[in-house]
Design a protein around this ligand. Sequence first.
Ligand SMILES: [Zn+2]
Ligand SMILES: [Zn+2]
Length: 143
Amino acid sequence: MSEKLDGDDEQAKLRGVPARLRALLDTVPQGTHLTRMEIYDLTKAAGWSLSLSTIYRALDKLYADGLVSAIRTRRTMAFEGVTERPVHEHLICFHCGEAIECETIFSQLGEQIAKYHGFDFEHSELILKGICEKCQKLPDSLA
Ligand SMILES: [Zn+2]
Ligand SMILES: [Zn+2]
């Protein structure tokens, strides 16, 4: 029984937070991919006084609802809002974890493929992996 009550309490605590978090993420410049902790710091900087776990849960909900996308870099997950962003793909460096945004033919292709399958296309999350220009120039001992 208490489990259900906890669940309701959690819902109550979360009420409205995902929508606010989504709006906050839409203010971040295009091309910025934030870790969970950086997103928490962002809410602090915006004067919010919500707990880390509440922010994480709101973020998980946005992610589950397709309102933020996530890219998995070498060390962590990095998130970005998708509602105000043009469709784009990411190049991720195996070595330093840098994520570079690019618009590719896949961005438009995704929409066509989705339509073909009767989907109302939202966004795609294609990830191209390799070694970035900077890391290619590193001496072998560091690479
Ligand atoms: Zn991006
Ligand atoms: Zn790199």
